[in-house]
Every structure is written in C-alpha cells, then in structure tokens.
Ligand binder design. Structure first.
Ligand SMILES: *[C@@H]1O[C@H](CO)[C@@H](O)[C@H](O)[C@H]1NC(C)=O
Ligand SMILES: *[C@@H]1O[C@H](CO)[C@@H](O)[C@H](O)[C@H]1NC(C)=O
Ligand SMILES: *[C@@H]1O[C@H](CO)[C@@H](O)[C@H](O)[C@H]1NC(C)=O
Ligand SMILES: *[C@@H]1O[C@H](CO)[C@@H](O)[C@H](O)[C@H]1NC(C)=O
Ligand SMILES: *[C@@H]1O[C@H](CO)[C@@H](O)[C@H](O)[C@H]1NC(C)=O
Ligand SMILES: *[C@@H]1O[C@H](CO)[C@@H](O)[C@H](O)[C@H]1NC(C)=O
Ligand SMILES: *[C@@H]1O[C@H](CO)[C@@H](O)[C@H](O)[C@H]1NC(C)=O
Ligand SMILES: [Ca+2]
Ligand SMILES: [Ca+2]
Ligand SMILES: [Ca+2]
Ligand SMILES: [Ca+2]
Length: 405
C-alpha cells in the first residue's frame, strides 16, 4: 500500500515537471497606461468617441506585451460591425471605425479583443466604449405640413390644430423651443399653447383660435411655425406652415345691390308698367341661397302697397292701379328679401330696403307727340326695309326660275 502510494506520488511529480517544461510560455496582456489609478490599459476601455468620428482613420493604438516576446496577433471577437483592428507589429495594433457611430442608435458598444501569441489560448479582453452625442438631428414636425378646415361659427377658444414636435438628440441638442407667426397678420387671431415633455425633447402644440372667424372677411390663414434646438455648437431649426381654411356657414343675410332705389312715376303712367327692379343676393358667397321678395306693409312704409306689385322672384315692381293727380308726391315702399332655406338647417335670414317713388304730374303733351312722331318714323322705316327685302327676294326668285327653264 505504502509502496504503491510512493510510486503514485512520484508519477504525479513527474507529470507536474513535464507540464511546467512544455507549458512554460506565458500569455500576452495589454500594457498598463502609466500613472492611472485605478489602472487603465492601452485597450480603449471606457473611452468616449463622438458620433461624428470619421470612418477610416486610426482612432486608437492598442498596445500589448508578451512575456516571451512572442508576436501578438490582435483580433476582435465582438464589435467588428463598427470597429476594425489592424496589427502593426508584434505589440501594436491600430483601430479604426468601419461604420459611423450613431448616438441615437447605440450610446455604447461592447468589444471583445483577442490577443494570440500562437502558444496559448487567445486571451479575451472585454471592454466598453461610449458614444458622445452630437447635434446631428434637426427638430421634426410630426405629420407636417398641417392643413385644417375651421367653420366660421366655431367658438373663440377652440383648439383648431394639435401636433407634436420632437428632437431625437440628447440634452441641449434635443431641447426645443417653438414659435409661431402669422403671415399677413392683421392682429392676433391664433395663439400657440405648448406642453413640453419633461426631457424638453417633445412639444405637444395646440393652436387656439382667439376670435371667431368670418369667412366673408377672410378665407385663409397661414401660420409659419419654427422650432429650434439648443445645440451647443450649432443650433438646428425646422420650419413648417399650418394652413387654416375657413369654411363658410349660412350666417349672412342677403344684401342689396344698386341702392338707393329711386323711381319716378307719372300719375298718367299706364297700369302694368315696370317701375324699378330691386336686387338682393345672399351674403354667404360660397353657398348663395335664392332670394324671394315681398312688400312689407308697416308704419314706415307710407305708400299704399296696393298701388304696386312686386315679382317675388325677379324683384321687378309694377304699377297695378291707375294713379290720380291727388296722389302726387313721395312714396316709400318697404321691401323684404327672404333667403329660401330648403334644408331648414339654419334660421331664415332676410334684409329690407326702401324704394322711394316720386309721383309727378302727367308727362307734358309734346313728349307724347314727339314719341308719336318717332313711332311713326320707325314704322315708316320698317315698312321701307321690309319692302326692299321683298323686292330683292322676288327678283332672286324670278332669276332662279328663268335659269331652271
Ligand atoms: C510598433 O509600432 C509602434 C507604432 O505603431 C512603434 O511605436 C513601436 O516602437 C513598434 N514596435 C516595434 C517592436 O517595432
Ligand atoms: C403627441 O404625442 C403624444 C405622446 O406620444 C400622443 O399621445 C399624442 O396623441 C400626440 N398628438 C398628436 C396630435 O399627434
Ligand atoms: C399675403 O400678402 C401677399 C402680398 O402682400 C399676398 O400675395 C398673399 O397672397 C397674402 N397671403 C395671404 C395668406 O393672405
Ligand atoms: C295687367 O297685367 C295682367 C296680367 O299680366 C292682366 O291680367 C291685366 O289685364 C293687365 N292690365 C292692364 C290694364 O293692362
Ligand atoms: C286733376 O284731374 C282732374 C281731372 O282728371 C282735374 O279736374 C283737376 O283739375 C286736376 N287737378 C290738378 C291739381 O291738376
Ligand atoms: C312718405 O314718406 C316720405 C319720406 O318718409 C315723405 O317724404 C313723404 O312726404 C310721405 N308721403 C306721404 C304721402 O305721406
Ligand atoms: C335659430 O334662432 C334661434 C333663436 O334666435 C336659435 O336659438 C337657434 O339656434 C337658431 N338655429 C340655427 C340653426 O341657427
Ligand atoms: Ca437636435
Ligand atoms: Ca445626435
Ligand atoms: Ca345667407
Ligand atoms: Ca357665411
């Protein structure tokens, strides 16, 4: 038992001696950077690179050493999608970017370096590098440009448009401020209300109507909206427009065209003579409703409306009773124009006007005489022309008949 144990121990010893002699080669390792506490190594660990670092040029030199002065082959096991490594000599390797860093995609990268001295299992070193944000993104209006339609009966204080603005950069590079100006402003019609997110990178903006709009006064507003970030070196801005189209509603009465309406009538003017025509048209320009006319018999209208009639569709006013020489003087007819509302979805609107009629004594005799003379002359000329045409036609017929024979 004891002999066996001894020989077993001897065998173990021999085995250890053999192992030491054949595995005497030591693995390589990164060189410590002098004066660092805690110790850093020439391996890039915890270094920071701006996201605008160019792709291609050398950004770092790795330094390792091998106790046996073996040539070290540098490799990258994780992180080769962004970083390239090129061994320079036995102890140095250069690092460059193979793809641009982007803080907005990844703020840090894990890299595993391998150091291979050809004798040992390659040594793995796990490091982290950090990406530094750059103001490389302008603020963005989500869903811009904006166009909205607002009906003119919308109440003041209504929010007519909401939108988000955001900047994906970090810190001051992503902190945004919003401003708004109205093109061709005639006063503050819209205001901007902002709800800024806690990180300052997103603003929910509401555009609020300060006053009721009026389609008949203005149909279009254009708001210029500018957002600016607070980037330290360069500030980036974006601009968009919000177009507000005012939508007409039935809110305007008819208005009269051709006022004042003044007519002269003789007491001898025959019945059924057209005196004057009034005309009204809907003030809602984009959706004019038809208009009907009627007399209003009230105290301010001192004329007996029975002497006149009005065509409800055309507004033409006729004399319907023979006047007499004791009705001379001024008359005032009150006339109402009513919008015809087929849909019944809004209240009927109407407007009134007056026609001033002056009744004069019968027209002087010589006027009628001269009228008779001109009527006679016109008849004579007409007969003459008709006669000439008849003669010409007859002559042509005769000529034609002769040719055919
Ligand atoms: C390896 O290259 C670096 C520069 O890249 C140089 O400083 C160093 O002296 C070189 N080492 C040897 C052993 O040539
Ligand atoms: C703005 O963003 C917030 C948060 O993402 C969202 O709840 C809201 O619906 C957005 N508003 C608009 C008008 O897009
Ligand atoms: C603003 O005014 C300019 C000229 O002064 C004109 O051409 C433009 O159409 C106006 N825009 C609006 C929205 O009224
Ligand atoms: C006036 O016109 C109406 C209808 O057009 C007709 O019935 C009436 O006879 C006319 N009166 C006179 C006096 O011409
Ligand atoms: C009115 O006419 C009647 C006859 O139609 C005549 O007798 C009278 O004198 C006239 N009056 C005036 C003021 O012209
Ligand atoms: C009717 O009213 C007008 C104006 O209000 C006035 O000038 C005129 O004298 C009045 N005519 C009659 C007959 O009352
Ligand atoms: C019509 O007028 C009444 C009273 O003025 C009002 O209460 C109602 O809202 C109006 N309707 C419409 C459709 O404008
Ligand atoms: Ca930015
Ligand atoms: Ca950025
Ligand atoms: Ca109307
Ligand atoms: Ca209107």
């Amino acid at each position: 038992m004891a002999i066996f144990q001894l020989s077993s121990n001897t065998a173990l010893l021999l085995l250890v001696v053999t192992a030491v002699t054949t595995h005497a080669n030591s693995p390589p390792s990164f060189v410590a950077i002098p004066g660092t506490n805690p110790t850093k190594y020439y391996n890039m660990d915890r270094d920071r690179y701006s996201e605008d670092t160019p792709v291609g040029p050398v950004i770092y030199t790795l330094i390792a050493s091998d106790p046996d002065n073996d040539a070290i082959v540098f490799g990258i096991q994780t992180g080769s999608d962004y970083f390239g490594v090129a061994s320079q000599n036995n102890t140095h390797a250069r690092i460059n970017l193979v793809k641009p860093l982007d803080y907005e995609t990844a703020t840090q990268h894990q890299i595993i370096w391998t150091l291979n001295d050809g004798n040992n299992i390659p040594v793995e070193t796990d490091i982290t590098i950090y990406v530094v944000d750059v103001n490389d993104n302008a603020p963005l209006f989500i869903g811009a440009p904006y166009t909205v339609a607002v009906t003119e009966n919308e109440h003041a204080g209504t929010t007519v448009l909401s939108f988000n603005v955001t900047d994906i950069d970090s810190g001051a590079n992503g902190r945004i401020t919003l401003s708004m100006t109205e093109k061709n402003s005639t006063g503050d019609v819209f205001s901007l209300s902002q709800h800024v997110s806690s990180d300052g990178r997103t603003i929910l903006a509401d555009i609020i109507m300060l006053m009721k709009l009026n389609f008949e006064a203005r149909v279009l507003y254009e708001l210029l909206i500018v957002v600016k970030d607070d980037g330290k070196d360069t500030q980036l801005t974006s601009t968009t427009t919000a177009t507000i189209n005012v939508v007409d509603v039935q809110d305007e009465p008819p208005y009269w065209i051709g006022e004042p309406y003044i007519a002269l009538v003789y007491d001898t003017t025959p019945v059924n003579t057209s005196i004057i025509t009034v005309f009204a048209t809907d003030g809602d320009e984009s959706q004019k409703r038809p208009v009907e006319y009627e007399f209003v018999d009230d105290s301010s209208s001192n004329s007996s409306v029975n002497d006149f009639s009005i065509n409800t569709l055309t507004g033409e006013i006729f004399l319907v009773r023979q006047l007499s020489n004791n009705s001379l003087g001024e008359r005032r007819l009150k006339i109402m124009a009513n919008e015809i509302d087929e849909s019944q979805d809004s209240n009927d609107t109407s407007s009134t006007t007056y026609v001033e009629i002056t009744i004069l004594p019968g027209a002087p005799e010589h006027d009628e005489t001269s009228d008779d003379i001109s009527a006679f002359v016109a008849t004579a000329i007409t007969i003459l022309i008709v006669g000439v045409i008849a003669v010409v036609v007859m002559a042509l017929c005769v000529y034609h008949a002769k040719e055919n024979v």
